[in-house]
Design a protein around this ligand. Sequence first.
Ligand SMILES: [Ca+2]
Ligand SMILES: [Ca+2]
Length: 281
Amino acid sequence: MRRIHMLAGAVPLFAATSALAQSQFITPSEGTRSVSATVIAKDAGITNVNASDSRRTNGFEDFNESLELKASKQPQYDDTHSHADSNGSGTETSSITGSRISAEVRATANGWTQATGRGYATGNADFYLTFQLNRFARYAVSGDATADTTAGVYGGSTSLVYIASLTTGEPVLSIDIGNTDSDSVRRKGWLFPGPFTLQGDVSALVDAREGTAGTATSWWKMDIQFFCPADYDTNGTVNQADRDAFLNAWNAGSLDADADGNGVVNSTDRTTFLLAYGSGC
Ligand SMILES: [Ca+2]
Ligand SMILES: [Ca+2]
């Protein structure tokens, strides 16, 4: 049974709504990104070409630049004709600010061949970042991922992205899917200061032989944004609407009011939130 009891001097009707100082919620500490592609195209046994390439960036300083790699091969047995085509790609775009991390990662593979040729392609992209959360914060995270492969050709695709605390191992976001699947996650909550990891990869593969053609794609997009802990509705300002919304959730016993994230909603959560509310931003 939950009882609402007043905390003397600690339950302000209005938070200190001074302009929300754009505190530095996060500090990146380490990161790498890489994209790669492999292609093999064999044209009726006459011409056989293959190639692979990769690009990699080290250090989160480059994360605000897109990273892209494409590979394509189409051998021709004369000046105008080919029996095979293959191409693969990996692309990444991302941005990091003091309160937000956004990333989109994609891999594609395409293969096409006539009866005696082969069109083989892979596309891959890997994303890795560690960052420090500098203060108790409210967060809003969204993640979407798809993996798809054309039926009727040998191939596959996978898509994985997750964010987790390096202290507790608790995932903040986790999406892991394979062939012909998709998933979407929207979540809000609170996180305590500490180190976090954001990792993900995508891969796509097609091996088209004996008159087949196929496409494999793999993609994820995620966005995590941090707010002052009292900004319950995560709209960028702290005011009484946040307090009312929190208390409604708390009174309903909703896990949306689990401010200390221990899986139980009790008076500690109310105290935690109202102290943060009283402190402003
Ligand atoms: Ca708000
Ligand atoms: Ca709790």
